[in-house]
Write a protein that binds this ligand. Structure first.
Ligand SMILES: NC(=O)C1=CN([C@@H]2O[C@H](COP(=O)(O)OP(=O)(O)OC[C@H]3O[C@@H](n4cnc5c(N)ncnc54)[C@H](OP(=O)(O)O)[C@@H]3O)[C@@H](O)[C@H]2O)C=CC1
Length: 370
Protein backbone atom coordinates (compact mmCIF):
# COMPACT_ATOMS: atom_id res chain seq x y z
CA UNK A 1 0.00 0.00 0.00
CA UNK A 2 1.51 3.33 -1.00
CA UNK A 3 0.72 6.56 0.75
CA UNK A 4 1.11 10.07 -0.65
CA UNK A 5 4.54 11.47 0.02
CA UNK A 6 4.83 15.00 1.42
CA UNK A 7 6.11 16.01 -2.01
CA UNK A 8 2.90 14.84 -3.62
CA UNK A 9 0.72 16.47 -1.04
CA UNK A 10 2.47 19.74 -1.69
CA UNK A 11 2.15 19.15 -5.41
CA UNK A 12 -1.65 19.36 -5.30
CA UNK A 13 -1.92 23.18 -5.38
CA UNK A 14 0.57 23.23 -8.25
CA UNK A 15 -1.73 20.91 -10.18
CA UNK A 16 -4.59 23.18 -9.28
CA UNK A 17 -2.79 26.14 -10.86
CA UNK A 18 -2.27 24.11 -13.99
CA UNK A 19 -6.05 23.64 -14.22
CA UNK A 20 -8.20 20.83 -15.63
CA UNK A 21 -6.32 18.57 -17.96
CA UNK A 22 -3.07 18.77 -16.06
CA UNK A 23 -3.35 15.16 -14.90
CA UNK A 24 -2.29 13.90 -18.29
CA UNK A 25 0.62 16.28 -18.37
CA UNK A 26 1.67 15.25 -14.91
CA UNK A 27 1.32 11.55 -15.54
CA UNK A 28 3.51 11.89 -18.62
CA UNK A 29 6.10 13.94 -16.85
CA UNK A 30 6.14 12.16 -13.46
CA UNK A 31 8.59 9.26 -13.47
CA UNK A 32 6.54 7.42 -10.78
CA UNK A 33 2.76 7.64 -10.48
CA UNK A 34 1.50 7.53 -6.94
CA UNK A 35 -1.16 4.89 -6.59
CA UNK A 36 -3.71 3.75 -4.04
CA UNK A 37 -5.93 0.72 -3.52
CA UNK A 38 -9.63 1.00 -4.42
CA UNK A 39 -12.61 -1.22 -5.18
CA UNK A 40 -13.37 -0.59 -8.85
CA UNK A 41 -15.56 -1.82 -11.66
CA UNK A 42 -14.38 -1.86 -15.27
CA UNK A 43 -17.80 -2.82 -16.64
CA UNK A 44 -21.35 -3.05 -15.35
CA UNK A 45 -22.68 -6.35 -14.01
CA UNK A 46 -23.09 -8.40 -10.85
CA UNK A 47 -20.72 -8.64 -7.87
CA UNK A 48 -18.14 -10.47 -9.96
CA UNK A 49 -17.27 -7.20 -11.76
CA UNK A 50 -15.93 -5.72 -8.51
CA UNK A 51 -12.19 -5.99 -8.08
CA UNK A 52 -9.64 -4.61 -5.67
CA UNK A 53 -7.19 -2.57 -7.73
CA UNK A 54 -3.93 -1.59 -6.10
CA UNK A 55 -2.91 0.80 -8.82
CA UNK A 56 -5.58 3.50 -8.95
CA UNK A 57 -3.97 6.90 -9.48
CA UNK A 58 -4.19 9.07 -6.40
CA UNK A 59 -6.96 11.68 -6.87
CA UNK A 60 -5.91 15.31 -6.88
CA UNK A 61 -7.40 18.73 -6.37
CA UNK A 62 -8.66 20.32 -9.57
CA UNK A 63 -10.80 23.12 -8.21
CA UNK A 64 -9.90 25.63 -5.49
CA UNK A 65 -12.84 24.55 -3.29
CA UNK A 66 -11.92 20.86 -3.18
CA UNK A 67 -10.40 18.76 -0.40
CA UNK A 68 -8.71 15.37 -0.42
CA UNK A 69 -9.98 13.06 2.32
CA UNK A 70 -8.15 10.01 3.55
CA UNK A 71 -10.91 7.42 3.95
CA UNK A 72 -11.12 5.78 7.37
CA UNK A 73 -14.55 4.20 6.80
CA UNK A 74 -17.03 3.97 3.93
CA UNK A 75 -20.42 2.27 3.61
CA UNK A 76 -22.71 0.88 0.96
CA UNK A 77 -26.23 1.91 0.00
CA UNK A 78 -28.73 0.51 -2.52
CA UNK A 79 -27.48 3.06 -5.06
CA UNK A 80 -24.03 1.44 -5.05
CA UNK A 81 -25.53 -1.94 -5.88
CA UNK A 82 -27.65 -0.34 -8.59
CA UNK A 83 -24.75 1.68 -10.03
CA UNK A 84 -22.66 -1.49 -10.22
CA UNK A 85 -25.32 -2.75 -12.66
CA UNK A 86 -25.26 0.45 -14.72
CA UNK A 87 -28.18 2.30 -13.13
CA UNK A 88 -28.12 6.01 -13.96
CA UNK A 89 -25.15 5.79 -16.32
CA UNK A 90 -26.74 7.92 -19.06
CA UNK A 91 -27.39 10.86 -16.76
CA UNK A 92 -24.31 10.48 -14.55
CA UNK A 93 -21.91 10.38 -17.52
CA UNK A 94 -22.96 13.91 -18.41
CA UNK A 95 -21.52 15.10 -15.10
CA UNK A 96 -18.52 12.77 -15.01
CA UNK A 97 -15.00 13.84 -16.00
CA UNK A 98 -15.44 14.72 -19.72
CA UNK A 99 -11.70 14.56 -20.39
CA UNK A 100 -11.51 10.99 -19.11
CA UNK A 101 -14.55 9.87 -21.08
CA UNK A 102 -13.18 11.58 -24.21
CA UNK A 103 -9.70 10.06 -23.94
CA UNK A 104 -10.69 6.54 -22.87
CA UNK A 105 -14.07 6.32 -24.59
CA UNK A 106 -15.86 5.26 -21.39
CA UNK A 107 -16.36 6.09 -17.72
CA UNK A 108 -14.33 3.18 -16.31
CA UNK A 109 -12.72 2.37 -13.97
CA UNK A 110 -15.45 3.54 -11.60
CA UNK A 111 -15.05 3.61 -7.84
CA UNK A 112 -18.36 3.06 -6.03
CA UNK A 113 -19.31 4.16 -2.50
CA UNK A 114 -20.92 7.46 -1.52
CA UNK A 115 -20.36 7.67 2.26
CA UNK A 116 -17.06 8.61 3.84
CA UNK A 117 -15.71 9.37 7.26
CA UNK A 118 -12.04 10.30 7.32
CA UNK A 119 -9.37 12.92 7.73
CA UNK A 120 -8.62 15.91 5.49
CA UNK A 121 -5.24 15.50 3.81
CA UNK A 122 -5.09 18.52 1.52
CA UNK A 123 -7.22 21.60 0.84
CA UNK A 124 -7.70 23.69 -2.30
CA UNK A 125 -6.68 27.34 -2.20
CA UNK A 126 -10.17 28.70 -1.44
CA UNK A 127 -11.07 26.21 1.30
CA UNK A 128 -11.27 28.10 4.58
CA UNK A 129 -13.56 25.88 6.73
CA UNK A 130 -11.24 22.87 6.82
CA UNK A 131 -7.57 22.19 7.30
CA UNK A 132 -5.41 19.08 6.98
CA UNK A 133 -5.99 16.81 9.97
CA UNK A 134 -9.69 17.68 10.45
CA UNK A 135 -11.94 14.66 10.99
CA UNK A 136 -14.80 14.97 8.49
CA UNK A 137 -17.77 13.11 7.04
CA UNK A 138 -19.45 13.52 3.66
CA UNK A 139 -21.64 11.94 1.02
CA UNK A 140 -20.03 12.22 -2.40
CA UNK A 141 -22.43 12.75 -5.34
CA UNK A 142 -22.85 9.71 -7.62
CA UNK A 143 -21.23 11.38 -10.65
CA UNK A 144 -17.90 11.59 -8.79
CA UNK A 145 -15.41 8.82 -8.02
CA UNK A 146 -16.52 7.12 -4.82
CA UNK A 147 -15.25 6.34 -1.38
CA UNK A 148 -14.34 2.65 -1.57
CA UNK A 149 -10.73 3.74 -1.90
CA UNK A 150 -7.94 5.07 0.22
CA UNK A 151 -8.45 8.72 -0.81
CA UNK A 152 -11.37 10.64 -2.24
CA UNK A 153 -11.83 14.20 -3.49
CA UNK A 154 -14.89 16.20 -2.38
CA UNK A 155 -15.98 19.80 -2.74
CA UNK A 156 -15.58 21.74 0.47
CA UNK A 157 -19.32 22.42 0.42
CA UNK A 158 -20.06 18.66 0.50
CA UNK A 159 -18.00 18.11 3.65
CA UNK A 160 -18.71 18.67 7.34
CA UNK A 161 -16.86 18.09 10.61
CA UNK A 162 -17.61 14.59 11.91
CA UNK A 163 -19.68 14.46 15.13
CA UNK A 164 -17.21 13.95 17.95
CA UNK A 165 -19.23 11.19 19.64
CA UNK A 166 -19.20 8.90 16.60
CA UNK A 167 -16.38 6.62 15.52
CA UNK A 168 -15.42 6.76 11.84
CA UNK A 169 -17.27 3.47 11.28
CA UNK A 170 -20.46 4.80 12.84
CA UNK A 171 -20.18 8.14 11.06
CA UNK A 172 -19.73 6.52 7.65
CA UNK A 173 -23.17 4.90 7.94
CA UNK A 174 -25.05 8.20 8.09
CA UNK A 175 -24.30 10.92 5.47
CA UNK A 176 -26.00 9.50 2.35
CA UNK A 177 -29.15 8.28 4.09
CA UNK A 178 -29.17 11.31 6.39
CA UNK A 179 -28.95 13.80 3.53
CA UNK A 180 -31.55 11.86 1.55
CA UNK A 181 -33.98 11.92 4.48
CA UNK A 182 -33.19 15.59 5.10
CA UNK A 183 -33.82 16.42 1.46
CA UNK A 184 -37.13 14.50 1.47
CA UNK A 185 -38.53 15.76 4.76
CA UNK A 186 -37.10 19.28 4.90
CA UNK A 187 -36.21 20.51 1.40
CA UNK A 188 -39.01 18.73 -0.48
CA UNK A 189 -41.56 18.18 2.28
CA UNK A 190 -41.16 21.52 4.06
CA UNK A 191 -40.87 19.99 7.55
CA UNK A 192 -38.57 21.62 10.08
CA UNK A 193 -38.03 21.77 13.82
CA UNK A 194 -40.56 24.62 14.16
CA UNK A 195 -43.53 23.07 12.36
CA UNK A 196 -43.38 19.36 13.24
CA UNK A 197 -44.80 19.32 16.77
CA UNK A 198 -47.96 17.24 16.81
CA UNK A 199 -47.78 16.35 13.10
CA UNK A 200 -48.60 12.75 12.21
CA UNK A 201 -45.90 11.21 10.00
CA UNK A 202 -46.10 7.83 8.23
CA UNK A 203 -42.79 6.29 7.13
CA UNK A 204 -43.10 3.35 4.72
CA UNK A 205 -39.88 1.32 4.62
CA UNK A 206 -38.99 2.57 8.09
CA UNK A 207 -36.39 -0.08 8.90
CA UNK A 208 -33.93 0.82 6.12
CA UNK A 209 -31.11 3.33 6.11
CA UNK A 210 -33.27 6.32 5.12
CA UNK A 211 -36.22 5.19 7.25
CA UNK A 212 -34.26 4.73 10.48
CA UNK A 213 -32.75 8.17 10.00
CA UNK A 214 -36.13 9.75 9.18
CA UNK A 215 -37.72 8.33 12.35
CA UNK A 216 -35.04 9.92 14.50
CA UNK A 217 -35.22 13.25 12.67
CA UNK A 218 -39.00 13.43 13.07
CA UNK A 219 -38.83 12.50 16.76
CA UNK A 220 -36.10 15.11 17.32
CA UNK A 221 -38.47 17.67 15.71
CA UNK A 222 -41.41 16.60 17.87
CA UNK A 223 -43.62 14.71 15.41
CA UNK A 224 -45.73 11.57 15.99
CA UNK A 225 -44.26 8.73 13.89
CA UNK A 226 -45.93 5.61 12.50
CA UNK A 227 -43.44 3.17 11.02
CA UNK A 228 -44.26 0.52 8.39
CA UNK A 229 -41.69 -2.29 8.48
CA UNK A 230 -41.43 -6.03 9.06
CA UNK A 231 -41.88 -7.65 12.49
CA UNK A 232 -38.11 -8.28 12.62
CA UNK A 233 -37.47 -4.54 12.75
CA UNK A 234 -40.18 -3.68 15.29
CA UNK A 235 -37.87 -3.42 18.30
CA UNK A 236 -35.31 -1.38 16.32
CA UNK A 237 -37.80 1.24 15.11
CA UNK A 238 -39.46 1.39 18.54
CA UNK A 239 -36.10 2.06 20.19
CA UNK A 240 -35.50 4.81 17.64
CA UNK A 241 -38.72 6.48 18.75
CA UNK A 242 -41.53 5.22 16.47
CA UNK A 243 -44.87 5.67 18.25
CA UNK A 244 -46.83 3.10 16.21
CA UNK A 245 -45.47 0.19 14.20
CA UNK A 246 -47.31 -1.52 11.33
CA UNK A 247 -45.95 -4.89 10.26
CA UNK A 248 -46.39 -5.07 6.48
CA UNK A 249 -45.67 -8.79 6.37
CA UNK A 250 -48.34 -9.98 8.80
CA UNK A 251 -51.72 -8.92 7.54
CA UNK A 252 -53.01 -6.21 5.30
CA UNK A 253 -51.13 -2.91 5.77
CA UNK A 254 -54.15 -0.85 4.65
CA UNK A 255 -56.49 -2.56 7.11
CA UNK A 256 -54.05 -1.91 9.96
CA UNK A 257 -53.67 1.75 8.95
CA UNK A 258 -57.45 2.25 8.79
CA UNK A 259 -57.49 1.87 12.58
CA UNK A 260 -55.27 4.98 12.97
CA UNK A 261 -56.06 8.68 12.39
CA UNK A 262 -55.02 10.18 9.02
CA UNK A 263 -51.51 11.58 8.42
CA UNK A 264 -50.02 14.99 7.65
CA UNK A 265 -47.01 13.59 5.84
CA UNK A 266 -45.97 10.29 4.24
CA UNK A 267 -42.40 9.33 3.34
CA UNK A 268 -42.32 6.45 0.84
CA UNK A 269 -39.00 4.56 0.80
CA UNK A 270 -40.46 1.52 -0.96
CA UNK A 271 -42.19 2.65 -4.18
CA UNK A 272 -44.00 0.14 -6.38
CA UNK A 273 -47.65 -0.09 -5.46
CA UNK A 274 -47.22 2.01 -2.29
CA UNK A 275 -48.53 5.22 -3.80
CA UNK A 276 -51.67 3.44 -5.03
CA UNK A 277 -52.85 2.92 -1.43
CA UNK A 278 -50.81 5.21 0.79
CA UNK A 279 -52.16 8.52 -0.50
CA UNK A 280 -55.61 7.59 0.85
CA UNK A 281 -54.21 7.91 4.37
CA UNK A 282 -53.35 11.61 4.06
CA UNK A 283 -55.59 14.35 5.47
CA UNK A 284 -57.30 16.19 2.58
CA UNK A 285 -57.19 19.93 1.95
CA UNK A 286 -54.89 20.62 4.87
CA UNK A 287 -51.47 20.87 3.18
CA UNK A 288 -50.69 17.18 3.73
CA UNK A 289 -47.78 15.90 1.62
CA UNK A 290 -46.67 12.58 0.14
CA UNK A 291 -42.97 12.37 -0.75
CA UNK A 292 -41.48 9.37 -2.54
CA UNK A 293 -37.78 8.59 -2.93
CA UNK A 294 -38.39 5.86 -5.46
CA UNK A 295 -38.65 7.69 -8.77
CA UNK A 296 -38.08 6.75 -12.43
CA UNK A 297 -35.88 9.83 -12.99
CA UNK A 298 -32.56 8.08 -13.80
CA UNK A 299 -34.24 4.97 -15.22
CA UNK A 300 -36.10 7.10 -17.78
CA UNK A 301 -32.81 8.54 -19.01
CA UNK A 302 -31.17 5.10 -19.13
CA UNK A 303 -34.13 3.81 -21.14
CA UNK A 304 -35.02 6.72 -23.38
CA UNK A 305 -31.83 8.78 -23.55
CA UNK A 306 -31.21 12.01 -21.69
CA UNK A 307 -33.51 14.42 -23.56
CA UNK A 308 -36.52 12.10 -23.92
CA UNK A 309 -35.96 10.72 -20.42
CA UNK A 310 -36.08 14.19 -18.90
CA UNK A 311 -39.18 15.02 -20.91
CA UNK A 312 -40.90 11.82 -19.79
CA UNK A 313 -39.89 12.52 -16.17
CA UNK A 314 -41.27 16.06 -16.34
CA UNK A 315 -44.58 14.85 -17.80
CA UNK A 316 -45.02 12.02 -15.28
CA UNK A 317 -44.09 14.14 -12.29
CA UNK A 318 -46.30 17.10 -13.18
CA UNK A 319 -49.26 14.88 -14.15
CA UNK A 320 -49.16 13.11 -10.80
CA UNK A 321 -48.65 16.34 -8.87
CA UNK A 322 -51.68 17.98 -10.52
CA UNK A 323 -53.84 14.86 -10.19
CA UNK A 324 -53.21 14.63 -6.44
CA UNK A 325 -53.47 18.38 -5.90
CA UNK A 326 -56.99 18.16 -7.31
CA UNK A 327 -57.69 15.59 -4.58
CA UNK A 328 -56.34 17.92 -1.89
CA UNK A 329 -52.84 16.55 -1.22
CA UNK A 330 -49.32 17.44 -2.36
CA UNK A 331 -47.38 14.76 -4.25
CA UNK A 332 -43.61 15.12 -4.65
CA UNK A 333 -40.44 13.30 -5.67
CA UNK A 334 -37.30 13.73 -3.57
CA UNK A 335 -33.63 13.17 -4.27
CA UNK A 336 -30.40 12.85 -2.34
CA UNK A 337 -28.73 16.25 -2.10
CA UNK A 338 -25.05 16.50 -1.17
CA UNK A 339 -24.60 19.29 1.36
CA UNK A 340 -22.05 20.06 4.04
CA UNK A 341 -24.45 22.60 5.55
CA UNK A 342 -27.17 20.01 6.14
CA UNK A 343 -24.55 17.60 7.47
CA UNK A 344 -23.55 20.34 9.94
CA UNK A 345 -27.17 20.40 11.15
CA UNK A 346 -27.24 16.60 11.41
CA UNK A 347 -23.93 16.68 13.30
CA UNK A 348 -25.46 19.19 15.72
CA UNK A 349 -28.39 16.85 16.39
CA UNK A 350 -26.04 13.90 16.89
CA UNK A 351 -23.75 15.94 19.17
CA UNK A 352 -26.76 17.14 21.18
CA UNK A 353 -27.56 13.54 22.08
CA UNK A 354 -31.12 13.85 20.69
CA UNK A 355 -30.21 11.28 18.15
CA UNK A 356 -29.67 8.29 20.25
CA UNK A 357 -32.81 8.00 22.35
CA UNK A 358 -30.58 7.05 25.22
CA UNK A 359 -29.03 4.14 23.36
CA UNK A 360 -26.48 3.82 20.61
CA UNK A 361 -28.88 2.15 18.22
CA UNK A 362 -29.17 4.75 15.47
CA UNK A 363 -26.38 3.56 13.21
CA UNK A 364 -26.35 0.36 11.22
CA UNK A 365 -22.73 -0.83 11.39
CA UNK A 366 -21.08 -0.75 7.99
CA UNK A 367 -20.72 -4.51 7.92
CA UNK A 368 -24.49 -5.02 8.02
CA UNK A 369 -25.38 -2.69 5.13
CA UNK A 370 -25.96 -4.33 1.75
N1 LIG B 1 -34.25 9.45 -4.83
C1 LIG B 1 -33.05 9.39 -4.28
O1 LIG B 1 -32.18 10.26 -4.49
C2 LIG B 1 -32.76 8.26 -3.35
C3 LIG B 1 -33.57 7.17 -3.34
N2 LIG B 1 -33.32 6.16 -2.48
C4 LIG B 1 -34.23 5.02 -2.50
O2 LIG B 1 -34.94 5.02 -1.28
C5 LIG B 1 -35.21 3.70 -0.89
C6 LIG B 1 -34.79 3.48 0.55
O3 LIG B 1 -33.38 3.56 0.65
P1 LIG B 1 -32.65 2.87 1.89
O4 LIG B 1 -33.39 3.17 3.13
O5 LIG B 1 -31.23 3.24 1.82
O6 LIG B 1 -32.86 1.33 1.51
P2 LIG B 1 -32.77 0.04 2.46
O7 LIG B 1 -32.58 -1.11 1.57
O8 LIG B 1 -31.79 0.30 3.56
O9 LIG B 1 -34.21 -0.01 3.13
C7 LIG B 1 -35.37 -0.38 2.47
C8 LIG B 1 -36.28 -0.93 3.54
O10 LIG B 1 -37.59 -1.10 3.01
C9 LIG B 1 -38.16 -2.19 3.71
N3 LIG B 1 -39.27 -2.70 2.88
C10 LIG B 1 -39.21 -3.42 1.76
N4 LIG B 1 -40.47 -3.64 1.28
C11 LIG B 1 -41.31 -3.02 2.14
C12 LIG B 1 -42.72 -2.87 2.21
N5 LIG B 1 -43.52 -3.39 1.27
N6 LIG B 1 -43.23 -2.15 3.22
C13 LIG B 1 -42.46 -1.61 4.17
N7 LIG B 1 -41.12 -1.73 4.18
C14 LIG B 1 -40.54 -2.43 3.17
C15 LIG B 1 -37.05 -3.19 3.93
O11 LIG B 1 -37.31 -3.83 5.14
P3 LIG B 1 -37.38 -5.41 5.28
O12 LIG B 1 -36.10 -5.96 4.76
O13 LIG B 1 -37.59 -5.62 6.72
O14 LIG B 1 -38.54 -5.87 4.46
C16 LIG B 1 -35.84 -2.27 4.05
O15 LIG B 1 -35.43 -2.11 5.41
C17 LIG B 1 -34.49 2.78 -1.87
O16 LIG B 1 -35.42 2.33 -2.82
C18 LIG B 1 -33.49 3.70 -2.53
O17 LIG B 1 -33.19 3.29 -3.84
C19 LIG B 1 -32.31 6.20 -1.57
C20 LIG B 1 -31.47 7.27 -1.55
C21 LIG B 1 -31.58 8.37 -2.48
Amino acid sequence: MLYPTPLLCRAAPARLLLGPGCSRWLSLSCPRQVVMPAWVINRYGQNNVLRLANNMVLPFIRLPNEVIIRVHAASLNPIDVNMRSGYGAAALNIRRDPLKIKTTGNEFPLILGRDVSGVVMECGLSVSCFKPGDEVWAAIPPWKQGTLSEFVVASGNEVSLKPKGLSHTEAAALPYVGLTAWSAMNQTGGLNQNNCAGKRILIVGASGGVGTFAIQLMKAWGAHVTAVCSQDAKSLVTKLGADDVIDYKSGDTEEQLKLLPLFDFILDNVGGSTEKWALHFLKRWSGATYVTLVTPFLLNMDRLGVADGMLQTGITMSTKAVKHLCKGVHYRWAFFTPSGIFLDEIAELVNSGKWWNGERVGVKPVESRT
